[in-house]
Design a protein around this ligand. Sequence first.
Ligand SMILES: Cc1ncc(COP(=O)(O)O)c(C=O)c1O
Length: 383
Amino acid sequence: MSQLSQRSDVAAFLAMDIMRDANALSAAGEDIMRLEVGQPALAAPDEIRKAAAHALEADRLAYTDALGMPALKARIARHYQETYGHGPDAADVIVTPGSSGGFILSFTACFETGDKVGLAEPGYPAYRNILKALGVEAVGIPVGPETGWQLTVDLVQEAEKKHGPLAGIMVASPANPTGTMQSPETLGALIADCEAHERWFISDEIYHGITFNQRAVSAAGKGDHVIVVNSFSKYYCMTGWRLGWLAVPPRVTRTIERLAQNLFISAPSLSQIAAMAAFDAQPELDRRVAGYARNRNILLEGLPEVGITHIAPADGAFYLYADVSNLTDDAIGFCKRMLHEAKVAATPGLDFDPVRGHKFVRFSYAGAEADMAEAVRRLKAWL
Ligand SMILES: Cc1ncc(COP(=O)(O)O)c(C=O)c1O
């Protein structure tokens, strides 16, 4: 019997397992507080949905250019100028099926089979798993409170001493699961170091727009080795529309175009038309971010009262990453009991950190404000 490839033997996403159990309990009539899901509770704002409804009636919804609709590419390029004052030309914006599609395209374009790529651990698990599926070795670089749970030049250089040269590094700011951000200085130093060593710098900026203390700095257009990955999923509340984008150096664009033509043909055209309206929804989206800030405060006040005191600095995104080693060293069992006994769903840290994650839990506060307060109340009664 033929065997399945070694490359495809990637880890399951435990958050999805907890989500499945929480869905089953909800379907059975249980009232579960959903702090496990990494997506906004609200639908895309009205102007986005209206644009889609109109397009559904009026448009043929055919394939678009593999790199995306020119008008959307131009609108994204304008967004960079308006938001950061720098960024790619429209020609070097590539519209992708979610940032997940952007990872597949950029990793395939940048890395050879057998290359090594450095990633902060804890980190978003798909980086490691997509790299593995492409035959690229993910080198987990442990990060902690000393560096704000983010990579630094020193950590990257130490990793190279231990593991050999890295073909690239992946940075996310704000990050999932920690919510922590890179300082502009560290981000700049990492980019400079990557440029000097001809190492790809892949910047996942999917949580830009959802920040509480400082504005996020974009790496877009900052070097010949800098690839920015972004998405309409989180700030724009469009997870199921499966739309993201890349901002790449001009020398990379044609290669990714050829890959995109073959791998995806194009990103969904209905979503692309709708996304044109996303940039006009900013006032509503910023009100939603203010809601996440209130949720965050409820948890930051409430969790310490139940003994969850060690929480990574929640600079952005909508996650709290908590060290629960004073309560358990089996985060999976802990999350299962929390779900079944306290009716609160959260994600065990092992998804994000295969080494230390058994002592950590990620709480998502992208849900309703009342649910955050209720989750704290239930945890108090449970713990
Ligand atoms: C850090 C990070 N990057 C990328 C993604 C994937 O997002 P999408 O493919 O919906 O754009 C997620 C989803 O949770 C994420 O947390």
